[in-house]
Design a protein around this ligand. Structure first.
Ligand SMILES: Nc1ncnc2c1ncn2[C@@H]1O[C@H](COP(=O)(O)OP(=O)(O)OP(=O)(O)O)[C@@H](O)[C@H]1O
Length: 841
């Protein structure tokens, strides 16, 4: 059994037969050794052949004495060199034998580096043919010199001449030359002409793109390029092109895959890459975007196979993906070279107002003092009052805030919360205090809160609100420090998240102070480049202080003189202009493929958006409307529609609305507006109904005024003592900002051409306004054709003033509407006006 097993084993281990090819295959070491040998042999042969041309006559006699060591041929490789050279040159192929050492060394290199053997075989095949051809040609030309043609050339030529004659020999030689060019070099007549043409074009383009005599030129991106840079880029491009042409001619010598006309594409690509590198933008045009760079690049590429010229030409559309990649590269490069875009650069030295501009009220009112007696008294009263209504208390806790103290009550088990809630007024009466608010239950706590005003309230200074670490460290887009909560914490919210704010409060309850606190918060946190205010102030007194910062922080319509809008009718134009801005911003966001202003600006800062395509850094726009009720009463739907549109859509693109009103009645705060203003602030209002309108619940009527307010962002209602900022403080801040370097003008909003501006010039004289003559006089005297002038001088509404201007245009007193500019006054003085009007009659 064991024997048998051994024998089977032997059978299986028997080596399989290896094919001959495999047997002959050289190991890597052998290849290196043989390769080096052949390489040096080739070099040796080369030297031997060269020296043979000088010494062959002397050496010829020495060859026969090869075995005689005493004989010394003159060849640089002595006996060996003289013999081998004699054999290959004299008896072989003449001068063309020099190809042999080249092929030998090449073989050595191929073996050494283990390169493609097929290619090497091609070299030998074609090399040998060329060698024979040259030797025959030389034999044909110079019959007498045996050295040039060698015996092979001489004899072959002789043979051919005998059989096909002189012409036949020429034709055969020419035929072989064509075979070589077409088969080996793959040159067809079409390719030859195409190649010549493309080379000519390339060179012509190089010369076009080399610098002209101007010192600064503008490259494809619209970026300035200095002469030196242009020269460098031009010469580097020429160098690249020459390299490519050399590479192309080298390709001709090699046997490769069928060539397609792609070299041109390579060159174009290289050119655009060079453009990227030579970018030298100025501060405002730091950006580049490859979209425009390829202006001179053909959009389509024609590919035609050279192997078969009759193939149908194929058009390849340029793909856009490449641009995206380059876009990325370019923006990364721009950021690397110039850093991120800094919107603050224009006002680089801008200094934020210091905290010392705000008044410190601690000295006057002191910090919150806890009056133990007052606390005890209130506690006892609450307990007693509730006892009267048979409500037992298990526990009571007080939190002292700046204006009110919160008493948190845990009632005895079994007492219904609604019972306490219903007794709100009675409890307030019993406590004999204004401003009692009962929160039953306190959300998330399960306790009942009774807010009782402090006898001595503390002013929450804007200074403390701004200085608080909560505000200072707020990582918000538009942080607002509104004041302090009942637990004495600074209350900071992000306007960008609200995204719009509705404010209501009876007169004298702190609304204007609240607006100032909001604006002050933004001034302390945001650079002029980052936020712009559109201020609507019909009372003409509340926000006028902000005029000083017009060129820093305010935005206005192009044709208006003052940024702060005090005329209600002008608000319509501004609101519509904001709608245009909103639509434009949405387009920008869409083109940039981002969802909101934050992402957009981040992308813009990273230089991924090209200003040449309309992209710009987008500042936040905060529209503040004081006395909204007034506006709605005068303009109605005309303001309601754009306000609602803005409120619905503007959140993503950085336009935020703050609307304040004294009268929060339902015809002012309509359902449409309310639905789009989830964030609300209620100062003290006069009735529960008003409180309901603004907050959807009572409570605002129970406030104590003087900045005591309720804030809601949808669900929870928070009682806050608004930070107090007085007019002198605002004045100091605006003064400080206003005295600094500003932009040349206020931020200009897009122009809105109102319906009133569309003139119908066939206005009948009988239909003229009663004030027509007066208006004409005002316009001619002032030599200024603007409706706002008429409004001011004649105390008119916007619509009437607009109609008058139209009538004056029809009468030839003023010229046509000229966009942002005032109309031209066509009558020079009052005398001429009188003449004009008289002639009409
Ligand atoms: N946060 C506050 N802290 C302390 N006092 C305040 C506060 N807010 C307002 N006051 C006091 O109330 C007064 C009236 O405030 P404010 O001018 O803001 O009222 P208003 O609601 O704007 O009135 P109106 O609607 O008539 O303009 C202030 O002069 C100030 O004395």
């Amino acid at each position: 059994m064991a024997k048998k097993r051994v024998s089977t084993k032997r059978k299986t281990t028997k080596k399989p037969k290896t094919p001959l090819k495999q047997k002959l295959a050289l190991s890597r070491q052998q290849k290196v050794v043989l390769g080096s040998f052949l390489f040096f042999l080739g070099i040796g042969l080369f030297f031997a052949f060269i020296s043979f041309f000088f010494n062959w006559k002397i050496d010829q006699s020495e060859i026969s004495q090869f075995y005689d060591r005493a004989s010394s041929p003159k060849n640089w490789l002595s006996k060996f060199g003289a013999t081998v050279s004699h054999f290959f040159i004299f008896k072989g192929f003449g001068v063309s034998s020099l190809i042999l050492p080249v092929l030998t060394s090449l073989t050595g290199i191929y073996l050494f580096f283990d390169l493609n053997k097929k290619k090497l075989a091609g070299f030998w095949f074609w090399g040998t043919l060329v060698m024979i051809w040259i030797s025959v040609v030389l034999g044909f030309i110079k019959k007498e010199s045996g050295l040039l043609a060698g015996v092979v050339g001489y004899e072959t030529n002789d043979f051919l001449q005998d059989y096909v004659g002189f012409i036949g020999t020429v034709l055969i030689l020419a035929f072989f030359a064509i075979v070589y060019i077409v088969v080996r070099l793959r040159y067809t007549p079409e390719r030859l002409t195409a190649s010549i043409k493309s080379t000519q074009k390339d060179i012509a383009r190089d010369f076009e793109s080399t610098p002209t005599s101007t010192s600064n030129t503008v490259n494809n991106n619209g970026h300035k390029v200095t002469e030196k840079q242009e020269e460098e880029s031009g010469s580097s491009r020429i160098k690249e092109r020459i390299d490519a042409i050399i590479a192309r001619s080298k390709d001709i010598g090699k046997k490769e895959e069928p060539k397609k006309e792609v070299v041109k594409k390579d060159l174009i690509k290289k050119e655009s890459e060079t453009n990227e590198i030579t970018l030298n933008p100025t501060i405002n045009d730091f950006y580049g975007n490859p979209e425009n760079r390829d202006n001179d690049v053909p959009e389509k590429l024609i590919i035609k196979s050279e192997d078969n010229p009759e193939d149908i030409a194929m058009e390849v559309e340029k793909v856009s993906e490449e641009e995206v990649v380059r876009d990325k590269d370019l923006s990364a490069k721009l950021v690397k070279d110039f850093g991120e875009f800094d919107p603050k650069l224009e006002l680089g030295n801008y200094k934020f107002p210091g905290i010392n501009l705000l008044k410190d009220y601690t000295g006057q009112t002191g910090s919150i003092t806890i009056d133990q007696g007052e606390l005890e008294e209130n506690k006892n009263r609450i307990v007693e009052t509730l006892k009267n209504y048979k409500i037992e208390i298990a526990q009571i806790k007080a939190t002292v805030g700046p204006t009110v103290t919160l008493y948190e009550i845990v009632p005895e088990a079994g007492i219904r919360i609604s019972k306490i809630k219903n007794l709100e007024d009675d409890i307030a009466l019993s406590l004999a205090a204004l401003g009692i608010r009962i929160i039953a239950p306190i959300p998330g706590k399960g306790t009942i809160g009774i807010e009782v005003p402090n006898k001595k309230s503390t002013i929450v200074s804007m200074r403390s609100a701004i200085a608080s670490s909560k505000f200072q460290n707020a990582e918000m887009e538009l942080p607002l420090s509104l004041g302090k909560t009942i637990s004495n914490e600074t209350f900071v919210v992000d306007l960008a998240k609200m995204p719009h704010l509705l404010m209501a409060g009876a007169t004298g309850q702190g609304k204007s102070v609240g607006l100032n606190a909001i604006l002050t918060s933004l001034l302390y946190k945001k650079h002029p480049a980052e936020v712009k205010f559109v201020l609507v102030d019909p009372k003409k007194v509340e926000l006028t202080l902000f005029n000083k910062i017009e060129r820093h922080y305010l935005a206005k319509l192009p044709d208006t003189e003052e940024a702060i809008i005090t005329d209600n009718t002008k608000v319509i134009n501004t609101l519509n202009s904001l709608c245009i801005e909103m639509d434009a911003r949405y387009d920008l966001l869409k083109n940039a493929m981002v969802r909101n202003i934050k992402e957009y600006n981040a992308k813009f800062k990273a230089r991924k958006l090209n200003p040449e395509n309309g992209h710009r850094f987008l500042p936040y726009i905060v529209l503040v409307v004081d006395e909204f009720a007034d506006l709605i009463m005068t303009a109605g739907k005309e303001v309601e529609t754009p306000i609602a549109r803005l409120a619905q859509l503007a959140r993503a693109i950085g336009i935020h609305l703050i609307i304040a009103t004294q009268r929060p009645s339902v015809n002012v705060i309509t359902g449409m507006i309310k639905a789009n203003f989830p964030a609300r602030i209620a100062f003290r209002v006069t009735s529960k109904i008003d409180s309901r309108t603004i907050l959807d619940t009572g409570g605002a009527d129970q406030l104590i005024g003087r900045g005591d307010m309720l804030f809601t962002q949808g669900n929870e209602i928070i009682r806050i003592q608004c930070a107090f900022v007085d007019t002198p403080e605002v004045e100091r801040i605006t003064e400080f900002i206003g005295s600094q370097k500003a932009y040349p003008d206020a931020h200009l909003l897009p122009e809105y051409v109102g319906e009133e501006s569309g003139t119908s010039l066939d206005i009948d004289k009988k239909d003229r306004d009663k004030l027509f003559n007066e208006a004409a006089e005002v316009i001619v005297t002032a030599q200024q054709g603007s409706a706002s002038l008429l409004q001011r001088k004649l105390k008119l509404g916007y619509n009437r003033a607009g109609r008058l201007i139209d009538q004056l245009e029809a009468a030839g007193v003023v010229g046509p509407f000229e966009g942002s500019k005032a109309r031209q006054v066509l009558v020079n003085d009052l005398v001429s006006l009188q003449q004009l009007l008289d002639n009409e009659k």
